[in-house]
Design a protein around this ligand. Sequence first.
Ligand SMILES: O=C(O)CC1=CCC(=O)O1
Length: 95
Amino acid sequence: MLFHVRMDVSLPHDLDHNRRAELIAAEKDRALELQKLGVWPHLWRVVGHHSTICVFDVPSNDELHALLSSLPLWEFMRVEVTPLAQHPSDLAAQP
Ligand SMILES: O=C(O)CC1=CCC(=O)O1
C-alpha cells in the first residue's frame, strides 16, 4: 500500500545543540535504512520549511504507524498521512 506522508518537524528552541545534532543524525540513519529496505521510496524537502514529503510503501496502516513512530524525531513531528489508490487514468493502469 502506498501512502503520501507529510512530516513537519518542530524542534524546541531550547533543545541542547548536541541533542539536536544527535536526533537529526539518527533520523537520517533511520531514513537511509528504511529506503534501503524499500519501504520509503521517495522523500523530498519542502522548500522553505523543516518539512518532508514522502511516499511510503508498506503492507498496512498498522505497519506505517509502527514505522513512523519509530523515527527518532517522531515526538517533534506533526504527521499527515494520505492513503493512495491507483488513478483510473494512470497510464500504468491501462489494460
Ligand atoms: O526533515 C527532517 O528533519 C525529518 C526527516 C525525515 C527523514 C530525515 O532524514 O529527516
